[in-house]
Write a protein that binds this ligand. Structure first.
Ligand SMILES: [Zn+2]
Length: 125
């Protein structure tokens, strides 16, 4: 009788542990890099399980022309982290597109610039 109960407790504990691992162990992160010499951006995506990177892929946004022989100087400016089975926990630790020299990407021009409405001048006198 007593061993039966202990067995149930062990099974319950193992189940809870497994549920916790599946729910919180799986993660995903993106590391963002920028090159201040050519303005291109690089992303490194990684699926993680607990502390291990399960898969890793990277892509370079080459929208800015690069001269032949150019060597990127990648600078890490941000990280996006997500963990949990349904992305329960996530955090983004960066502003958008930052460069080491402080340059900021211009706002896309398909949206009209926001101009404050003109204040009617107070009638003099
Ligand atoms: Zn570069």
């Amino acid at each position: 009788m007593r061993t039966n109960r202990a067995r149930w407790l062990v099974a319950l504990f193992a189940f809870l542990l497994l549920a916790l691992l599946v729910t919180y162990g799986a993660g995903y992160r993106i590391d963002y890099y920028s090159c201040h010499k050519c303005r291109n951006l690089r992303r490194v995506r990684a699926h993680t399980f607990l502390w291990w990177a399960v898969s890793r892929s990277e892509s370079v946004d080459g929208s800015h022309p690069v001269e032949p022989g150019h060597e990127h100087e990648w600078w890490h400016y941000g990280t996006f982290r997500q963990s949990g089975l349904w992305g329960t926990f996530h955090a983004f630790e960066a502003g958008p597109q930052q460069y080491r020299d402080g340059w900021q990407a211009p706002v896309p021009s398909d949206e009209p610039p926001v101009t404050p409405p003109k204040k009617p001048k107070a009638a003099a006198e």
